[in-house]
Design a protein around this ligand. Sequence first.
Ligand SMILES: *[C@@H]1O[C@H](CO)[C@@H](O)[C@H](O)[C@H]1NC(C)=O
Ligand SMILES: *[C@@H]1O[C@H](CO)[C@@H](O)[C@H](O)[C@H]1NC(C)=O
Ligand SMILES: *[C@@H]1O[C@H](CO)[C@@H](O)[C@H](O)[C@H]1NC(C)=O
Length: 379
Amino acid sequence: MTAVEEIVYGSNMSSRVVSWLWLLLLLTVSVSACGASVCPCERPEFCQQIRPRRDLEVFLFDVGGQTWRSYNWSMVTTVATFGKYDADLMCYAHSKGARVVLKGDVPLSHIVDQDNRTAWITEKVNLAKSQFMDGINLDIEQAVEEGSPEYHALTALVKETTEAFHREIPGSQVSFDVAWSPNCVDGRCYDYVTIAESCDLLFVMSYDEQSQITGDCIAMANAPLTQTLNAYDEYLKLKIDPKKLVMGVPWYGYDYVCLNLSQEGICSIAKVPFRGAPCSDAAGKQKPYKWIMKQVQSSMSGRIWDSKQEAPYINYKDPKGHIHQVWYDDPQSICAKADYVTSKGLRGVGMWNSNILDYSGEAVARQQTAMMWNALLGC
Ligand SMILES: *[C@@H]1O[C@H](CO)[C@@H](O)[C@H](O)[C@H]1NC(C)=O
Ligand SMILES: *[C@@H]1O[C@H](CO)[C@@H](O)[C@H](O)[C@H]1NC(C)=O
Ligand SMILES: *[C@@H]1O[C@H](CO)[C@@H](O)[C@H](O)[C@H]1NC(C)=O
Protein backbone atom coordinates (compact mmCIF):
# COMPACT_ATOMS: atom_id res chain seq x y z
CA MET A 1 0.00 0.00 0.00
CA THR A 2 2.74 2.39 0.99
CA ALA A 3 4.60 1.75 -2.26
CA VAL A 4 1.51 2.40 -4.32
CA GLU A 5 0.87 5.68 -2.52
CA GLU A 6 4.39 6.86 -3.22
CA ILE A 7 3.94 6.03 -6.87
CA VAL A 8 0.59 7.77 -7.17
CA TYR A 9 1.82 10.93 -5.49
CA GLY A 10 5.17 11.01 -7.39
CA SER A 11 5.99 14.59 -8.41
CA ASN A 12 6.90 15.20 -12.06
CA MET A 13 4.70 14.46 -15.04
CA SER A 14 6.80 11.90 -16.90
CA SER A 15 7.47 9.87 -13.80
CA ARG A 16 3.72 10.03 -13.25
CA VAL A 17 2.97 8.38 -16.56
CA VAL A 18 5.48 5.67 -15.84
CA SER A 19 4.04 5.35 -12.35
CA TRP A 20 0.53 4.88 -13.68
CA LEU A 21 1.78 2.15 -15.96
CA TRP A 22 3.39 0.52 -12.96
CA LEU A 23 0.21 0.89 -11.00
CA LEU A 24 -1.77 -0.73 -13.79
CA LEU A 25 0.67 -3.59 -13.91
CA LEU A 26 0.55 -3.94 -10.13
CA LEU A 27 -3.25 -4.02 -10.17
CA THR A 28 -3.32 -6.61 -12.96
CA VAL A 29 -0.84 -8.79 -11.12
CA SER A 30 -2.60 -8.48 -7.78
CA VAL A 31 -6.03 -9.12 -9.27
CA SER A 32 -4.91 -12.27 -11.02
CA ALA A 33 -2.92 -13.32 -7.94
CA CYS A 34 -6.09 -13.17 -5.84
CA GLY A 35 -7.92 -15.26 -8.39
CA ALA A 36 -10.31 -12.34 -8.60
CA SER A 37 -12.81 -11.52 -9.44
CA VAL A 38 -15.64 -12.83 -11.49
CA CYS A 39 -18.91 -12.22 -9.70
CA PRO A 40 -20.24 -15.63 -8.61
CA CYS A 41 -23.76 -14.34 -7.98
CA GLU A 42 -26.75 -14.91 -10.20
CA ARG A 43 -27.19 -11.15 -10.45
CA PRO A 44 -24.10 -8.91 -10.71
CA GLU A 45 -25.54 -6.33 -8.31
CA PHE A 46 -25.33 -8.90 -5.51
CA CYS A 47 -21.55 -8.57 -5.72
CA GLN A 48 -21.75 -4.92 -4.80
CA GLN A 49 -20.73 -4.13 -1.27
CA ILE A 50 -23.46 -3.02 1.11
CA ARG A 51 -23.27 0.66 2.00
CA PRO A 52 -26.39 1.73 3.90
CA ARG A 53 -26.31 1.36 7.66
CA ARG A 54 -29.43 0.15 9.42
CA ASP A 55 -30.48 1.51 12.81
CA LEU A 56 -30.23 -1.72 14.74
CA GLU A 57 -27.27 -3.93 14.00
CA VAL A 58 -28.00 -7.69 14.20
CA PHE A 59 -24.56 -9.22 13.98
CA LEU A 60 -24.11 -12.96 13.40
CA PHE A 61 -21.18 -15.30 13.44
CA ASP A 62 -21.63 -18.07 10.91
CA VAL A 63 -19.25 -21.00 11.41
CA GLY A 64 -20.04 -22.88 8.22
CA GLY A 65 -22.51 -25.34 6.76
CA GLN A 66 -25.87 -24.64 5.22
CA THR A 67 -27.99 -23.49 8.17
CA TRP A 68 -27.69 -19.88 6.96
CA ARG A 69 -30.47 -20.70 4.52
CA SER A 70 -32.88 -20.81 7.49
CA TYR A 71 -31.86 -17.60 9.28
CA ASN A 72 -34.38 -14.86 9.86
CA TRP A 73 -32.91 -12.60 7.19
CA SER A 74 -35.40 -9.82 7.80
CA MET A 75 -33.37 -8.83 10.86
CA VAL A 76 -29.79 -9.74 9.88
CA THR A 77 -27.46 -6.81 9.13
CA THR A 78 -23.98 -8.39 9.28
CA VAL A 79 -22.64 -11.93 8.99
CA ALA A 80 -19.07 -12.57 10.13
CA THR A 81 -18.02 -15.69 8.25
CA PHE A 82 -15.83 -17.89 10.42
CA GLY A 83 -16.32 -20.99 8.27
CA LYS A 84 -14.80 -21.45 4.85
CA TYR A 85 -15.70 -18.98 2.12
CA ASP A 86 -19.18 -19.63 0.73
CA ALA A 87 -20.02 -17.51 -2.31
CA ASP A 88 -23.68 -18.55 -2.09
CA LEU A 89 -23.89 -17.10 1.40
CA MET A 90 -22.28 -13.85 0.23
CA CYS A 91 -24.69 -13.50 -2.71
CA TYR A 92 -27.70 -14.36 -0.58
CA ALA A 93 -26.77 -11.97 2.25
CA HIS A 94 -26.26 -9.15 -0.26
CA SER A 95 -29.63 -9.90 -1.83
CA LYS A 96 -31.09 -9.31 1.65
CA GLY A 97 -29.10 -6.12 2.24
CA ALA A 98 -26.85 -7.76 4.83
CA ARG A 99 -23.09 -7.33 5.07
CA VAL A 100 -20.67 -10.23 4.98
CA VAL A 101 -17.34 -9.72 6.70
CA LEU A 102 -14.10 -11.67 6.93
CA LYS A 103 -12.53 -13.07 10.05
CA GLY A 104 -9.30 -11.35 11.06
CA ASP A 105 -7.02 -13.21 13.46
CA VAL A 106 -3.25 -12.85 13.82
CA PRO A 107 -0.72 -13.52 16.61
CA LEU A 108 0.06 -10.08 18.01
CA SER A 109 3.78 -10.88 18.22
CA HIS A 110 3.81 -10.98 14.39
CA ILE A 111 2.34 -7.54 13.88
CA VAL A 112 4.41 -5.51 16.32
CA ASP A 113 6.60 -4.95 13.28
CA GLN A 114 5.07 -2.17 11.13
CA ASP A 115 5.90 -3.77 7.76
CA ASN A 116 4.42 -7.05 8.84
CA ARG A 117 1.31 -5.27 10.08
CA THR A 118 0.86 -3.37 6.82
CA ALA A 119 1.38 -6.57 4.83
CA TRP A 120 -1.26 -8.37 6.89
CA ILE A 121 -3.78 -5.57 6.41
CA THR A 122 -3.13 -5.39 2.66
CA GLU A 123 -3.65 -9.11 2.35
CA LYS A 124 -7.02 -8.89 4.15
CA VAL A 125 -8.21 -5.93 2.09
CA ASN A 126 -7.33 -7.78 -1.12
CA LEU A 127 -9.04 -10.92 0.10
CA ALA A 128 -12.17 -8.97 1.01
CA LYS A 129 -12.22 -7.33 -2.43
CA SER A 130 -11.72 -10.58 -4.30
CA GLN A 131 -14.55 -12.21 -2.33
CA PHE A 132 -16.90 -9.18 -2.51
CA MET A 133 -16.92 -8.84 1.26
CA ASP A 134 -18.04 -5.79 3.22
CA GLY A 135 -15.41 -5.57 5.92
CA ILE A 136 -13.67 -7.56 8.61
CA ASN A 137 -14.24 -8.73 12.16
CA LEU A 138 -11.04 -8.65 14.20
CA ASP A 139 -11.12 -11.59 16.59
CA ILE A 140 -7.84 -11.34 18.45
CA GLU A 141 -8.75 -12.52 21.97
CA GLN A 142 -5.14 -12.64 23.17
CA ALA A 143 -3.86 -11.69 26.59
CA VAL A 144 -2.01 -8.37 26.46
CA GLU A 145 -0.23 -6.40 29.16
CA GLU A 146 -0.98 -2.71 29.35
CA GLY A 147 1.80 -0.65 27.76
CA SER A 148 3.54 -3.65 26.15
CA PRO A 149 4.64 -3.62 22.48
CA GLU A 150 1.67 -5.91 21.70
CA TYR A 151 -0.68 -3.46 23.42
CA HIS A 152 0.37 -0.63 21.12
CA ALA A 153 0.52 -2.90 18.08
CA LEU A 154 -3.06 -4.05 18.68
CA THR A 155 -4.33 -0.48 18.92
CA ALA A 156 -2.45 0.41 15.74
CA LEU A 157 -3.74 -2.69 13.98
CA VAL A 158 -7.35 -1.70 14.59
CA LYS A 159 -6.78 1.88 13.47
CA GLU A 160 -4.81 0.98 10.34
CA THR A 161 -7.18 -1.84 9.38
CA THR A 162 -10.15 0.51 9.64
CA GLU A 163 -8.42 3.21 7.59
CA ALA A 164 -7.42 0.74 4.88
CA PHE A 165 -10.85 -0.89 4.63
CA HIS A 166 -12.74 2.40 4.60
CA ARG A 167 -10.42 3.77 1.93
CA GLU A 168 -10.38 0.67 -0.28
CA ILE A 169 -13.97 -0.53 0.20
CA PRO A 170 -16.23 2.47 0.70
CA GLY A 171 -18.97 1.82 3.26
CA SER A 172 -17.21 -1.25 4.65
CA GLN A 173 -17.35 -2.15 8.33
CA VAL A 174 -14.53 -3.01 10.72
CA SER A 175 -15.52 -4.54 14.04
CA PHE A 176 -13.49 -5.76 17.00
CA ASP A 177 -14.42 -8.49 19.50
CA VAL A 178 -14.01 -7.65 23.18
CA ALA A 179 -14.53 -9.62 26.37
CA TRP A 180 -17.70 -9.18 28.43
CA SER A 181 -15.97 -6.62 30.67
CA PRO A 182 -13.22 -4.06 29.99
CA ASN A 183 -11.46 -4.94 33.27
CA CYS A 184 -8.61 -7.10 31.92
CA VAL A 185 -10.79 -10.20 31.65
CA ASP A 186 -8.64 -13.23 30.78
CA GLY A 187 -5.60 -10.96 30.72
CA ARG A 188 -6.96 -8.78 27.90
CA CYS A 189 -5.81 -5.37 29.09
CA TYR A 190 -6.46 -3.50 25.84
CA ASP A 191 -6.74 0.21 25.11
CA TYR A 192 -10.51 -0.15 24.79
CA VAL A 193 -11.21 3.56 24.42
CA THR A 194 -8.84 4.14 21.50
CA ILE A 195 -9.83 0.83 19.90
CA ALA A 196 -13.51 1.79 20.07
CA GLU A 197 -12.77 5.17 18.52
CA SER A 198 -10.70 3.53 15.78
CA CYS A 199 -13.25 1.06 14.42
CA ASP A 200 -16.94 0.94 13.52
CA LEU A 201 -18.13 -1.20 16.40
CA LEU A 202 -17.14 -3.45 19.29
CA PHE A 203 -18.81 -6.83 19.49
CA VAL A 204 -19.00 -7.45 23.24
CA MET A 205 -18.81 -11.17 23.95
CA SER A 206 -21.20 -11.30 26.91
CA TYR A 207 -20.55 -14.95 27.66
CA ASP A 208 -17.91 -17.20 29.21
CA GLU A 209 -18.33 -14.96 32.24
CA GLN A 210 -17.24 -17.80 34.56
CA SER A 211 -13.80 -18.14 33.02
CA GLN A 212 -12.28 -16.99 36.31
CA ILE A 213 -14.32 -18.18 39.32
CA THR A 214 -12.90 -16.72 42.51
CA GLY A 215 -15.67 -17.74 44.92
CA ASP A 216 -17.09 -21.23 45.47
CA CYS A 217 -16.30 -23.74 42.73
CA ILE A 218 -19.88 -24.27 41.61
CA ALA A 219 -21.75 -24.34 38.33
CA MET A 220 -23.18 -20.93 37.44
CA ALA A 221 -24.81 -19.12 34.53
CA ASN A 222 -22.75 -18.47 31.40
CA ALA A 223 -23.92 -14.83 31.40
CA PRO A 224 -25.83 -13.78 34.55
CA LEU A 225 -28.01 -10.76 33.85
CA THR A 226 -26.69 -8.30 36.44
CA GLN A 227 -23.04 -9.16 35.87
CA THR A 228 -23.58 -8.80 32.11
CA LEU A 229 -25.31 -5.42 32.27
CA ASN A 230 -22.95 -3.98 34.91
CA ALA A 231 -20.09 -4.66 32.52
CA TYR A 232 -21.81 -2.58 29.80
CA ASP A 233 -22.09 0.19 32.36
CA GLU A 234 -18.29 -0.13 32.74
CA TYR A 235 -17.80 0.26 28.98
CA LEU A 236 -20.09 3.28 28.97
CA LYS A 237 -18.27 4.80 31.97
CA LEU A 238 -15.12 4.83 29.83
CA LYS A 239 -17.09 7.22 27.60
CA ILE A 240 -17.31 4.69 24.81
CA ASP A 241 -20.16 5.74 22.53
CA PRO A 242 -23.14 3.38 23.07
CA LYS A 243 -23.56 3.38 19.28
CA LYS A 244 -20.24 1.53 19.07
CA LEU A 245 -21.42 -1.39 21.23
CA VAL A 246 -23.09 -4.55 19.95
CA MET A 247 -24.24 -6.94 22.66
CA GLY A 248 -23.23 -10.53 21.96
CA VAL A 249 -25.38 -13.19 23.64
CA PRO A 250 -24.68 -16.93 23.83
CA TRP A 251 -26.71 -19.47 21.92
CA TYR A 252 -24.84 -22.16 23.83
CA GLY A 253 -24.55 -23.23 27.45
CA TYR A 254 -22.20 -25.09 29.77
CA ASP A 255 -22.64 -28.71 30.84
CA TYR A 256 -20.90 -29.41 34.18
CA VAL A 257 -20.40 -32.77 35.88
CA CYS A 258 -21.40 -32.27 39.51
CA LEU A 259 -18.99 -33.65 42.11
CA ASN A 260 -21.90 -33.19 44.44
CA LEU A 261 -25.38 -31.80 43.99
CA SER A 262 -26.68 -30.28 47.22
CA GLN A 263 -30.31 -30.34 48.30
CA GLU A 264 -30.55 -26.69 47.27
CA GLY A 265 -29.44 -27.69 43.79
CA ILE A 266 -25.87 -26.37 44.06
CA CYS A 267 -23.54 -28.33 41.80
CA SER A 268 -19.89 -28.37 42.90
CA ILE A 269 -17.48 -28.66 40.00
CA ALA A 270 -13.91 -29.84 39.49
CA LYS A 271 -11.18 -27.28 40.14
CA VAL A 272 -9.74 -26.26 36.78
CA PRO A 273 -7.63 -23.15 37.40
CA PHE A 274 -7.45 -20.36 34.82
CA ARG A 275 -5.30 -17.21 34.86
CA GLY A 276 -4.89 -17.15 38.61
CA ALA A 277 -8.46 -18.16 39.53
CA PRO A 278 -8.89 -21.55 41.27
CA CYS A 279 -11.72 -22.67 39.00
CA SER A 280 -13.25 -21.91 35.68
CA ASP A 281 -15.99 -22.78 33.20
CA ALA A 282 -13.26 -24.87 31.56
CA ALA A 283 -14.52 -27.59 33.95
CA GLY A 284 -17.65 -27.71 31.78
CA LYS A 285 -18.32 -28.46 28.14
CA GLN A 286 -19.97 -25.99 25.77
CA LYS A 287 -23.22 -27.30 24.33
CA PRO A 288 -25.39 -25.81 21.57
CA TYR A 289 -28.94 -24.69 22.30
CA LYS A 290 -30.13 -27.36 19.89
CA TRP A 291 -28.61 -30.10 22.06
CA ILE A 292 -29.81 -28.52 25.30
CA MET A 293 -33.44 -28.39 24.13
CA LYS A 294 -33.33 -32.17 23.62
CA GLN A 295 -31.63 -32.68 26.99
CA VAL A 296 -34.34 -30.70 28.83
CA GLN A 297 -36.80 -33.40 27.77
CA SER A 298 -34.75 -36.21 29.32
CA SER A 299 -33.57 -34.26 32.38
CA MET A 300 -34.46 -35.19 35.98
CA SER A 301 -35.37 -31.62 36.82
CA GLY A 302 -36.94 -30.04 33.77
CA ARG A 303 -36.13 -26.37 33.20
CA ILE A 304 -35.43 -24.49 36.44
CA TRP A 305 -35.31 -20.70 36.43
CA ASP A 306 -32.68 -19.14 38.71
CA SER A 307 -34.18 -15.80 39.69
CA LYS A 308 -30.89 -14.44 41.05
CA GLN A 309 -28.80 -14.98 37.92
CA GLU A 310 -31.91 -14.74 35.73
CA ALA A 311 -30.97 -17.79 33.70
CA PRO A 312 -32.33 -21.32 33.28
CA TYR A 313 -30.62 -24.62 34.10
CA ILE A 314 -31.34 -28.34 34.19
CA ASN A 315 -29.98 -31.35 36.07
CA TYR A 316 -29.61 -34.67 34.29
CA LYS A 317 -28.03 -38.05 34.91
CA ASP A 318 -25.71 -39.50 32.26
CA PRO A 319 -25.64 -43.24 31.35
CA LYS A 320 -22.81 -43.79 33.86
CA GLY A 321 -24.94 -42.33 36.64
CA HIS A 322 -23.09 -39.02 36.99
CA ILE A 323 -25.21 -35.98 37.64
CA HIS A 324 -24.75 -32.96 35.38
CA GLN A 325 -25.97 -29.39 35.63
CA VAL A 326 -26.40 -27.41 32.41
CA TRP A 327 -26.65 -23.61 32.45
CA TYR A 328 -27.84 -21.92 29.30
CA ASP A 329 -29.64 -18.97 27.78
CA ASP A 330 -33.11 -19.11 26.31
CA PRO A 331 -35.61 -16.55 25.02
CA GLN A 332 -36.48 -15.43 28.57
CA SER A 333 -32.88 -14.72 29.64
CA ILE A 334 -31.88 -13.29 26.25
CA CYS A 335 -34.78 -10.90 25.79
CA ALA A 336 -34.03 -9.30 29.19
CA LYS A 337 -30.50 -8.54 27.97
CA ALA A 338 -31.77 -7.34 24.61
CA ASP A 339 -34.06 -4.87 26.39
CA TYR A 340 -30.93 -3.12 27.68
CA VAL A 341 -29.78 -2.65 24.08
CA THR A 342 -32.90 -0.60 23.42
CA SER A 343 -32.99 1.23 26.74
CA LYS A 344 -29.33 2.33 26.54
CA GLY A 345 -29.36 2.94 22.81
CA LEU A 346 -26.63 0.44 21.95
CA ARG A 347 -25.77 -0.21 18.32
CA GLY A 348 -27.28 -3.68 18.27
CA VAL A 349 -27.20 -7.28 19.26
CA GLY A 350 -25.66 -10.52 18.03
CA MET A 351 -24.80 -14.02 19.12
CA TRP A 352 -22.21 -16.79 19.18
CA ASN A 353 -23.16 -18.45 16.99
CA SER A 354 -26.02 -18.41 14.53
CA ASN A 355 -25.61 -22.03 13.37
CA ILE A 356 -26.38 -23.79 16.64
CA LEU A 357 -30.17 -23.68 16.72
CA ASP A 358 -32.30 -26.52 15.38
CA TYR A 359 -33.10 -25.58 11.79
CA SER A 360 -34.56 -28.99 10.91
CA GLY A 361 -37.97 -27.42 10.41
CA GLU A 362 -39.63 -29.98 12.69
CA ALA A 363 -42.62 -28.29 14.38
CA VAL A 364 -41.31 -27.89 17.97
CA ALA A 365 -37.82 -26.99 16.79
CA ARG A 366 -39.16 -24.45 14.34
CA GLN A 367 -40.96 -22.62 17.12
CA GLN A 368 -38.00 -22.77 19.54
CA THR A 369 -35.71 -21.42 16.85
CA ALA A 370 -38.04 -18.59 15.86
CA MET A 371 -38.33 -17.59 19.53
CA MET A 372 -34.55 -17.43 19.94
CA TRP A 373 -34.27 -15.11 16.93
CA ASN A 374 -37.13 -12.94 18.08
CA ALA A 375 -35.68 -12.65 21.62
CA LEU A 376 -32.82 -10.65 20.09
CA LEU A 377 -35.22 -7.77 19.64
CA GLY A 378 -36.27 -7.73 23.33
CA CYS A 379 -39.14 -9.04 25.47
C1 LIG B 1 6.14 -11.47 10.35
O1 LIG B 1 5.04 -12.36 10.21
C2 LIG B 1 5.38 -13.72 10.03
C3 LIG B 1 4.13 -14.51 9.84
O2 LIG B 1 3.31 -13.93 8.89
C4 LIG B 1 6.15 -14.20 11.21
O3 LIG B 1 6.55 -15.54 11.02
C5 LIG B 1 7.36 -13.32 11.45
O4 LIG B 1 7.99 -13.71 12.64
C6 LIG B 1 6.96 -11.86 11.56
N1 LIG B 1 8.12 -11.04 11.66
C7 LIG B 1 8.28 -10.16 12.64
C8 LIG B 1 9.53 -9.32 12.57
O5 LIG B 1 7.47 -9.98 13.53
C1 LIG C 1 -23.17 -33.13 49.08
O1 LIG C 1 -24.60 -33.05 49.02
C2 LIG C 1 -25.27 -33.57 50.13
C3 LIG C 1 -26.77 -33.57 49.81
O2 LIG C 1 -27.28 -32.29 49.67
C4 LIG C 1 -24.93 -32.77 51.37
O3 LIG C 1 -25.56 -33.29 52.51
C5 LIG C 1 -23.41 -32.78 51.55
O4 LIG C 1 -23.04 -31.93 52.59
C6 LIG C 1 -22.67 -32.39 50.29
N1 LIG C 1 -21.25 -32.61 50.41
C7 LIG C 1 -20.36 -31.70 50.12
C8 LIG C 1 -18.93 -32.11 50.26
O5 LIG C 1 -20.64 -30.57 49.72
C1 LIG D 1 -38.33 -12.64 11.65
O1 LIG D 1 -38.10 -11.39 12.28
C2 LIG D 1 -39.11 -10.45 12.14
C3 LIG D 1 -38.63 -9.20 12.82
O2 LIG D 1 -37.59 -8.61 12.08
C4 LIG D 1 -40.38 -10.97 12.76
O3 LIG D 1 -41.41 -10.05 12.60
C5 LIG D 1 -40.76 -12.30 12.11
O4 LIG D 1 -41.87 -12.85 12.76
C6 LIG D 1 -39.60 -13.27 12.19
N1 LIG D 1 -39.91 -14.48 11.44
C7 LIG D 1 -40.12 -15.64 12.03
C8 LIG D 1 -40.35 -16.81 11.15
O5 LIG D 1 -40.12 -15.78 13.24
